[in-house]
Design a binder for this molecule. Structure first.
Ligand SMILES: [Mn+2]
Length: 447
């Protein structure tokens, strides 16, 4: 019986970049992207894969040449010792440095496809099946505004009938006007390629439609900042002899960023908040460690929810929290990288909204924001807020902080921000003005 062909696919390792917001005692070699690369190589050898496919942005920047050279060379050499080939394309981050590294490595086991923006293919022998073809295109400058698919060499891809053909490309399927090689999924599906492995988007994403080639963004194998929530790791793709694919994400990442909801409802005293947070973190850490045995640190963004009379004092109380809160179990730890206060005060908004005093008007506005059926004035307020937020987002000094991954704040984000601020303001109003009708005393209802 013939075993299945196994391909390990990954990209966007960004070797040389450090994961953001780690506690300083963890910000060392164990959580570096070089360690991620080493883990990937170990796994490829252990699984005896037929091919390691890299979808670009392997190196973070051209100034990382020396930093990346040693680890990359050692990895490629170890793979070569096990006769495993690595086939790569360059992305917008390593368009310059990856070709130079490939030249220096000068190994027949490391193949960089599609230099100077010219599609190129290679035939790779496999241990577990017939040879397969890999076709790829590399970035040749930091920005590419046109789809590389215009130059796609149809004949090159489909040279032999029934041959498995894997497409490797670093590009953006989300925006037609992207500066990073925009490609439309429908165009990808129309080409003679059996499966697409793409790079650039760090969130893993698999698209499988009946009758067309699967498209996989393996995502970054280790998350690099708090926006990269969820499970990360390379993908193992098995190809059966009848050409069917089986995709599996391997939870290799040592670090995971996660947004964790902590419900503060029903707490009788403010001291209980810390315990509730610690318990929730502990439980979350256990769950994530079970899914991913390689997990060593869970970096949490806490989202405090529920209805609580301590709503107003939370901000002060939590200011220091992200510094101090650190939990350790046997193998893994959890820490806090940020806190969003999304609790609701223990007021009865419906009842408050009946008043025509300032708290009443504010409560009425809050109800409209919650339900999403604002009047014209409130919609105008959201739009103005969105404009002001975008102004900050687009401000020059923040250029270096802005990734290509996120856009300016949208209408919904502006509304959420207004809701949070309005709740705090309402709390403040009611606390300061005991002469307003006593809304405060009898309103501890849960919902
Ligand atoms: Mn990229």
């Amino acid at each position: 019986m013939r075993a299945n062909i196994r391909i390990l696919g990954t990209g966007d390792i960004h070797m040389g970049r450090r994961p953001k917001r780690l506690p300083s005692h963890l910000d060392g070699p164990d959580f570096s992207t070089n360690a991620t690369w080493r883990d990937i190589v170990d796994f490829a050898i252990q699984e005896r894969v037929d091919l390691l496919a890299l979808t670009g942005d392997i190196i973070d920047h051209d100034n990382r040449f020396f930093e990346a050279y040693g680890p990359l060379e050692r990895g490629v050499q170890r793979l070569a010792d096990h006769r495993i080939r690595t086939v790569a394309v360059a992305g917008n981050h390593d368009f310059d440095v990856l070709p130079r590294l490939a030249d220096s490595l000068a190994s027949e086991y490391f193949i960089l496809l599609g230099r100077q923006g010219h599609w190129e293919s290679v035939r790779v022998a496999t241990e577990h099946g017939p040879p397969l073809r890999v076709i790829g295109w590399s970035f040749y400058q930091a920005h590419v505004y046109q789809t590389p698919l215009l130059q796609f060499p149809h004949r090159e891809a489909s040279r032999e009938a029934d041959e498995l053909c894997v497409g490797l490309l670093h590009g953006d399927t989300r925006q037609p006007d992207s500066a990073y090689a925009p490609v439309a999924p429908t165009e990808l599906k129309g080409l003679p390629v059996s499966m697409w492995l793409l790079g650039h988007i760090h969130t893993p994403q698999l698209t499988r439609d009946e009758g067309s080639a699967p498209i996989l963004y393996p995502g970054s194998p280790q998350a690099l900042d708090p926006t990269e929530n969820g499970l990360h790791g390379p993908w193992e793709i098995e190809v059966a002899s009848d050409g069917t694919f089986n995709f599996q994400q391997i939870p290799l990442a040592r670090l995971r960023y996660e947004t964790i909801d902590v419900d503060l409802s029903g707490l009788a005293e403010p001291e209980a908040i810390d315990t509730r947070i610690a318990e929730t973190l502990q439980a979350s850490l256990r769950t994530h460690s079970d899914i991913a045995p390689h997990l060593r640190h869970l970096a949490c963004h806490l989202r405090l929810t529920g209805k609580t009379p301590f709503h107003r004092t939370l901000a002060d109380r939590l200011q220091a929290l992200d510094e101090t809160l650190f939990l350790e179990t046997g193998r893994a730890s959890a820490g806090v990288v940020g806190v969003t206060i999304a609790t609701r005060p223990a007021w009865d908004l419906q009842r408050l909204a009946q008043g025509d005093d300032p708290p009443g008007i504010l409560a009425h506005t809050l109800l409209m924001l919650h339900d999403g059926n604002e009047d014209d004035a409130t919609r105008q307020l959201i739009r103005q807020t969105q404009e002001r937020m975008s102004g900050v987002y687009n401000a020059k000094p923040y250029n270096p902080l802005r990734g290509s991954e996120t856009g300016p704040p949208d209408f919904e984000e502006a509304r959420d921000w207004l809701i949070r601020q309005a709740r705090l303001l309402l709390d403040e109003l009611l606390a300061q003005k005991p002469r307003w009708p006593d809304h405060a005393s009898d309103q501890l209802s849960e919902n």
